[in-house]
Design a protein around this ligand. Sequence first.
Ligand SMILES: O=C(O)CCC(=O)C(=O)O
Ligand SMILES: [Fe+2]
Length: 344
Amino acid sequence: MSLRHHPIMNTINLAAGGLQYLINGRTPGEAYQSMIRLFCQTSGASNDRLASLVSHIKPPVQLPQARGVAGDFDAATLARITAGIDERGYHVFEQRLSPELCDRLTAFALQAPCSVRAIGEASDRQVERYVPDNPIGVRYDLSTQSVIDNADVQSIMADASIIAVAQSYLRSLPLIDVMTMWWSTACQGQPDSLAAQYFHFDMDRIKWLKFFIYLTDTGPEQGPHCYVEGSHRTGGIPATLLKKGYARLTDEEVRTSYPPDKLIEFTAPRGTILAEDTRGLHKGKHLASGHRLMLQLQFSNSLFGGDYTPTHFTKIVDPGLQAAAQRFPRIFTNYLRLQGTPPG
Ligand SMILES: O=C(O)CCC(=O)C(=O)O
Ligand SMILES: [Fe+2]
């Protein structure tokens, strides 16, 4: 190991970057890389330390009744769901989005502009919309602007059941910081690393929780999301795999490292909501047929970490979001054009 990447150097870089972040809201690239290296060097303990620090700075707040698309949770239910995610890394909600809501979101996704990496091309191209009969790439990402301006998406962003679970798991007032919606197709014979079809862990933030919402029925052939149960825990990824750093792993490498009952494939009907800590190993299975439409929300305890181009609501059309954004601007700060807002 070079001295530059020694854990002590990483810790110094991270502390200096953290201070800079508190001052100007920007994470220096070197500090972010140090956070990733320390995660690998400490099997996750460094992120745990940072997360408990953030919990003190931005503690949870009193939220409205946790009722919404994922269910209606009293304190005991919320605690049970949280304990499940702490233990296994995920929770599949019994309640699903209504068929009407799935229909509306699917209709929206069939006419929204997308970016797609066509097979054999080196960069993404913009297309007017996804054409199911004639896919040219394995993943079509809907334009973030159209996604966040959609009224149904806005109501899910402001959903009290989702926000309550995020806050409970993060032990901190959460922020929504990645909103994505994408089609996955069967147009390629083998898995695609750009489309996240090889096992990997995410490491954009200190601590976060992703909500995956299936908008099409997802059987074994339609690229179910896959997860290694418990691999999000400190020490949950063996050193042999962490040695490879922030890398894509083969199925073989993962299979030989975990008992078969820990490898979960989430086949589920449309409308299903899955909350998952993607610090654990996960992937989207390569599709054998059909397509899969996913809506994803990421909630983080802080925006410290990777750099994303900011996108702001053109207009808030959902009254629920309007009210929630007024009451809890921090949750939506990444998408609101606010003057003089302190960094998240
Ligand atoms: O497509 C999937 O199921 C996996 C996507 C993924 O890796 C992610 O959203 O972090
Ligand atoms: Fe991922």
